[in-house]
Ligand binder design. Structure first.
Ligand code: 1QQ
Length: 405
């Protein structure tokens, strides 16, 4: 016993010396040593930090699919003027700490030029400041809450904000049913995006002279919505609007229908995935969701992206895949532009990251989302938006998003 107790301090102090020695000997770390060249291993690394596990993977796995299609597409076209890109994937899981860890790993070990991620705005508000302080450009592929580009100079997004996207679905609902008067709103109070989106929905309801009969709150971890659903349905709404994530949102849709609600349902961006189909099955039918992407976007790069996606997944590409593809594309196009004046592979990595951030904000891009550019703050400038309605087969096993005209 005594022996064991005494040995610990010795072992620990030996370890401490080893760790210190390792750190200072590593030229890639930010303290000491020459700055790492950007083109290590003859490739340029681009980080993808999204949710590959947890409930949020229902959204994040579509982002991985889009990013991987982009990696192959751009490398087949010669990468950065001959230098291939290499995606470094790091799972953020579903919470803030996971996103922070993933970003730190991408920045310090992954030696990435920039990061596409994270999945949720809730995660972005914690993880993006870390990249910003390290002067590593971040492109949010799906962060739609108010205030994301304002996190810092190194934060931009290719996901149009809730202020621009959400009102479209309310207008579409009124077109489908001009008799809508009473609206019930639900939102997840533990999620930054859901709180931001519900504000826009509630304002739109008022702007359209509709009556907001109730606002019900839940948690993204909830599975039972009987209390809130019953309270809302007692007020006889003819439109229900939900801001939450995929699993909770899908369950809420199912339980509203099981309780007998027959009116229109609008789902926010967190329900914007066919991964809700196994949750609400046939009862997902009819849900309206605004879209920042249409598979019909008429340009060559969208056609190539769509064909690659359909060949691999046997269905139309979803918005989150298209936005992730676009995030990679912005980095690639900006790197190609920089490479014209000085080889990006020869630049020290810290210099490349800063130059890349400046360059990407200046460009105009023809992407699967259509023509896009950025404001100086990093907000996306995008022209076209859509609304889709979920159409389920009667058995509830298969479904699709049909785009409204
Ligand atoms: C956000 C979102 C998510 C629901 C997308 C995955 O829009 O967190 O901002």
């Amino acid at each position: 016993m005594n022996m064991t107790r005494r040995r610990f301090p010795i072992v620990l102090s030996t370890l401490a010396v080893m760790v210190t020695a390792c750190t200072s000997a590593n030229p890639g770390t930010s303290t000491g040593g020459a700055p790492q060249a950007a083109g290590t291993n003859g490739t340029i690394a681009i980080g993808v930090g999204v949710a590959q596990t947890s409930n949020v993977a229902l959204l994040g796995q579509e982002q991985v699919a889009g990013a991987k299609i982009a990696e192959k597409y751009f490398n087949d076209k010669g990468g950065i003027n001959g230098t291939p890109i290499r995606l470094v994937l790091q799972d953020t899981a579903g919470d803030e700490q996971g996103a922070i860890n993933a970003f730190q790993s991408l920045i310090n070990q992954g030696k990435v030029a920039g990061i596409v991620g994270p999945t949720l705005s809730q995660q972005a508000f914690s993880a993006d400041p870390i990249a910003d302080r390290a002067k590593v450009p971040v492109i949010g592929p799906s962060n739609t809450a108010k205030g994301i580009p304002q996190i810092g100079d190194f934060v931009a997004r290719v996901s149009a904000p809730v202020t621009v996207v959400a009102p479209n679905s309310v207008k579409a609902a009124l077109k489908l049913n001009p008799n809508i008067k009473k609206v019930a709103v639900f939102y997840a109070q533990n999620d930054a995006f859901s709180k931001s989106e519900t504000e826009v929905f509630q304002q739109t309801v008022k702007d359209q002279n509709l009556e907001l009969v109730t606002v019900q709150k839940f948690q993204t971890t909830d599975t039972d919505f009987q209390t809130q659903a019953t309270a809302a349905l007692n007020l006889k709404p003819d439109l229900v609007i939900i801001s939450g994530l995929a699993a909770d949102g899908g369950n809420l849709v199912r339980q509203l229908r099981e309780l007998g609600y027959q009116g229109l349902i609008i789902g926010g961006n967190g329900l914007n995935t066919s991964n809700i189909f196994p949750v609400c099955k046939a009862l997902c039918d009819g849900v309206l969701i605004a879209q920042a992407y249409s598979p019909e976007t008429p340009n060559d790069i969208n056609k190539a992206f769509r064909d690659a996606y359909v060949a691999q997944y046997k269905k139309e590409p979803p918005q989150f895949s298209a936005q992730a593809f676009t995030g990679i594309q912005v980095f690639v196009d900006a790197l190609k532009e920089l490479d014209k004046t000085a080889k990006v592979t020869q630049k020290p990595l810290p210099d490349l990251r800063v130059a890349l951030n400046q360059q990407l904000l200046q460009g105009k891009y023809t992407t699967p989302l259509g023509e896009i550019s950025f404001t100086p703050e990093g907000e996306i400038v995008q022209k076209d938006f859509y609304v889709a309605q979920i159409k389920m087969d009667p058995d509830g096993n298969n479904g699709k998003f049909t785009f409204l005209k």
